[in-house]
Design a protein. Structure first.
Length: 229
């Protein structure tokens, strides 16, 4: 694979992950501003998207530094957290809708709701993105940071203009939720398999047992998600 095609592949993967993980965030923003006057709702929406952009760039910079400490096993922890996030994404948004509806009475309350969701979802987003761009040494180069910023900038207008469309499509076509979940599970597994401890364990275990274990985990996860969705 040439350097150019590899860069394009990374940008596409980052954009897809960003869009998938932004779906939940977009839903929260939409619910938070729906009772505001049109002008204030648009302003709050814009602030939310811009905050998400800045937070993700900031968290990526910090996590890129943390990844240098191998003893933290960030890949393993991050992968497990991402699987947990994916399972939660498969659940209904009823509880979330109630919380955001109560906090949408005023502009300031709506902003607080948006900022809190931005912080949590940005952390989730960064864990996924770093698994794509982090190198074997545990560093993020300047070129990779440019890729991240470019990919996030590509997503901003899509998220801003299509916030309602994303949530409506997920509600109307549940298959989209499962496709998104599959991408996130794939990303989580990639992250876990980069961890030094996991690689050591895999090196001393029979490959057949590994395949059986992965199969059991995958089937269990699908069954659990189906029951919770």
């Amino acid at each position: 694979m040439s350097i150019t095609s590899q860069l394009i592949s990374q940008i596409v993967e980052i954009v897809l992950i960003n869009l998938v993980l932004s779906g939940d965030n977009v839903a929260v923003i939409s619910l938070s501003v729906k009772n505001l006057p049109p002008k204030k709702a648009k302003l709050a929406n814009m602030i939310g998207v811009c905050m998400a952009l800045l937070l993700r760039i900031f968290f990526i910079s910090v996590i890129g530094y943390i990844f240098k400490f191998k003893w933290l096993h960030v890949h393993l922890i991050g992968g497990i957290i991402l699987i947990y996030i994916t399972v939660n994404m498969m659940k209904t948004n009823d509880e979330k809708a109630v919380i955001t509806k109560e906090s949408s009475d005023g502009f300031s309350k709506a902003l607080i709701s948006i900022i809190i969701s931005d912080i949590s979802m940005s952390l989730d987003n960064v864990l996924a993105i770093t698994s794509v761009i982090i190198n074997d040494v545990g560093e993020i180069t300047g070129q990779q940071m440019i890729l991240v910023v470019l990919a996030i900038l590509i997503c901003v207008p899509i998220i801003f203009l299509g916030s309602e469309i994303v949530s409506k499509l997920m509600s109307k076509y549940p298959i989209i939720i499962y496709i998104c979940a599959a991408l996130l599970i794939y990303t989580a597994i990639k992250m876990i398999l980069k961890d030094s401890f996991v690689l050591h364990i895999l090196s001393i275990i029979n490959p057949l047992l590994i395949l059986i274990a992965i199969g059991v985990i995958a089937i269990t996860t699908v069954i659990f998600m189906s029951k919770e969705a």
